[in-house]
Design a protein. Structure first.
Length: 145
């Protein structure tokens, strides 16, 4: 009977140790996850403070004809008029959809993004925080269990 109790006690000890290890790994994983989010967020925040966004007048160039960005609203206006006149037709809905898409594309194409001059130390901190945060997030999200 003494021989049977010893293996049971050892098994219980091993079970307790494995439960402690699991708890420690889980809390460590959560810590890494939140630390990764904080580092990535801080890196992207610092990067966004160094970027200047401005817009300029944009024109679509079709061959030798320049279509200013204000004229992209013409298909939308035509589509709306046609939709009011004949609400059962499918063609004005397509024209309205294309007009909205052209307007959104024109707005996006008119935006210019430039990076302000910064010191190398700040640049390394920004990129390092974003890279380390991304690495921690990927490590915790795609870890084999």
């Amino acid at each position: 009977m003494g021989k049977e109790e010893k293996p049971v006690k050892e098994e219980l000890k091993e079970l307790r140790d494995s439960i402690k290890d699991t708890k420690q790994e889980g809390s460590n994983e959560m810590l890494q996850f939140f630390l990764g989010i904080i580092m990535l967020g801080l890196g992207l925040f610092l990067l966004s403070k160094r970027v200047i966004v401005h817009n300029s007048w944009y024109s679509w160039r079709i061959g030798s004809f320049n279509l200013s960005s204000g004229l992209v609203t013409v298909p939308l206006i035509i589509g709306i008029i046609w939709q009011v006149y004949n609400s059962k037709s499918v063609i004005p809905k397509i024209i309205i959809t294309l007009g909205v898409i052209f307007i959104i594309v024109t707005i996006i194409m008119s935006i210019r993004i430039s990076f302000m001059a910064t010191s190398m130390f700040d640049y390394i901190i920004i990129v390092g925080l974003a890279a380390a945060g991304s690495g921690l997030l990927l490590k915790t999200l795609f870890r084999k269990k």
